[in-house]
Design a protein around this ligand. Sequence first.
Ligand SMILES: O=C(O)CCC(=O)C(=O)O
Ligand SMILES: [Fe+2]
Length: 253
Amino acid sequence: MSPTAAPATTDTTTDTQSRDVALPALDSLDWDDLALQLDGNGFAMTPPLLSPDQCRQMIEVFDDDGAFRSTIDMARLSFGEGRYRYFADPLPPLVQALRTRLYPPMAAVANRWAGVLGEDPWPDTHGELIEACSAAGQHKPTPLVLRYGPTGYNCLHQDVYGDLTFPLQLLFMLNTPDVDFTGGESVFVEQRPRQQSRPMVARPGLGQAVIFPVRYRPKQGARGYHRVQMRHGVSAVHTGDRHVLGVIFHNAR
Ligand SMILES: O=C(O)CCC(=O)C(=O)O
Ligand SMILES: [Fe+2]
């Protein structure tokens, strides 16, 4: 570090490092197309956003105990089969960069949704969202890495961690489907009011992300907009290992 550099606090160190993370595909994301996918199907698939190297780094960090604040054995809690680990603060620069750089365009979608549903608007920056989380007693980071081996799966759920729930989240595929693993589809079930539920499946490739609602999204009906609930999970992995990076924007209690 140069002698003129500002004194390092954990936060500024992470922010400085995260500004240097190369994520060129983020800048050319077509948010109009992603919003159309979200409004039409309830989820949106991006082009590859992470490089194969970045995917490998995120898989390797899974075995670094010091990087995580908590580890969940899914079978023990009847959540499914596999393990996931929540990152500790300070987040790895890549994860911090994804959270801060993806938040503003996601907040634009979230604010359009809030508008039609008559809900309060979301702040423009992720820093402000994290301050609002702190004020609500939600201090713990929620980004996580999940590892499923053969027979591993994840029951349908919603990632709610307190009163404050930012309405959109992402998952990043860290392996190559049909090469590193088989099975293990991302599953979404949309629960429509007074109607049967709609199942959907996504198969993101290496480095691709899926954007989806944490709890619900607005859908236009005959009498204006209503909320359509969504849950997500993973079908059984048949062979190999499947790793995913989950980016949730709100913090946890
Ligand atoms: O492994 C998956 O595809 C789902 C991960 C998940 O539940 C999440 O990222 O919140
Ligand atoms: Fe989840």
